[in-house]
Ligand binder design. Sequence first.
Ligand code: GBH
Length: 493
Amino acid sequence: NPAMTKNSSWSFPADFWWGVASAAYQVEGAVKDEGRGPSIWDVLTHRGGAVDYTIANDTGDIGDNHYYLYKQDIARIAALGTQVYSFSISWSRIMPFGRDLINEQALAHYDDVINTCIQYNVTPAVTLYHWDLPVYLMNLYGGWLSESIVDDFVEYARVVFSRYGNQVGYWFTLNEPIVFCSEYPYPDGFFKKTSIPAHQQPYLCGQSALLAHAKAYHLGKSLNLTGPISFKTNGGYKIPLTDSSADALAVQRAWDFNEGWFANPVFINGDYPSTLKAYTSTFLRNFTSEEQSLLKGSADLFAHDAYTSQFFFAPDAGIDACITNSSHPHYPSCANTSYTGPTGWNIGYAADPGSPWLHIATDWVPAFLRYIHDTWKPSSIAITEFGFSVPFEQMKTLSADIQSDLPRRVYYRAYMEGVLTAIAEGVPVVGTLAWSIVDNLEWSEGFGVRFGLQYVNFSDPARPRRYKASFFEYASIFKEYAATGHAANGTMR
Ligand code: GBH
């Protein structure tokens, strides 16, 4: 086996965990069942083609029917040796109006999901919020735009923590606040119509998100939850297009206005990067010193959704022209993105047109992990999502997508070899969670963009699943490079 001779120093630590991930609105369906209240994504998808939510009018009404098929789904991932299943709990199932009323049927449902995981020896990892805000809270005060959400989120967290506290292996409060605060805009901003200018909305949202996370974290600690608690940041590795100092500064701004926005307050000093503070100073209040101490240290590991890498470069018209122009597409970080390197070579094989941001740019995985380690100095790092959506042409034939599944297999192997390299160099990566357990509703891209390790036939109401080759590939690498030197002495496989 050439891989084994080539990389005999690679192995996963004995306690390394690997798994697969999903999110409630993308897979559950059953949106009107057992007392669930509506979330903002029901509203967004039912707007239909008018504002391109979503392509082909896809909705999560049925999704993957995971709300009813979870036993089969957990059995199927367990059959391939999956150690962790990361899923999100739907806030509007637990509390149909986001506050006050608690829905016992929903609590009983997630009891079953968690117990089924445990029965199959799969550790449950739970995210409290993966973008499906109860509509009532959006109507009441504009959702995350208002700090009123902090107390409501903490009460929701209290209900979930109290019910499942000792059965869940890993807790994540929020999924990708960078995205739910600044992507997927309504025509009038990602929030209900408001007089707050669009360029200020993300930072008000982010402030509420950080405080909600920190307070939920400390609540979890006071309840003595057994598993570590964190939240999921996201973003690609940022590489300067040239070695000019302008491009170096553009890269730094890109980190500041993405990962740094949420990671600096939690992992560094209880406050935002100075670039972001300068930009928001006229409309965002400062954190109080009490809030700063709540924020600082409020995560037990650095959980990052890390799919890809990009080149960054300074704006052509110069930084000043960008900074004064709030309609500039890359405002306020004023950093342009490119997938083509300085000598014309491409950063990596591109995903389908539905994921223009995603390339197989896995060469940079070790540098990416080192960067996180050096910059935010967490005690450990988990890759809480990574994955690849395969081009439309290939998905047209079942055999290309399921049996060959080549781009996705290449992605997973190269990515995991990058993780192994980083571990060998001393970066404390403790686990990886692949996106996703099954093809699912890719938000505004609908069902056309397929990230699944299992194929789903969406024209069949039974939503049958079939393993794709990449799932076997992903499982296999953990056997090849298992702990305790098996891979190195050639006794595994
Ligand atoms: C994750 O988000 C989500 O958590 C998950 O729900 C989703 O299904 C999965 O990834 C796959 O997309 O470069 O301007 O085109 C990843 C969120 C979406 C963030 C695309 C970066 C690119 C914006 N990413 N976005 S752009």
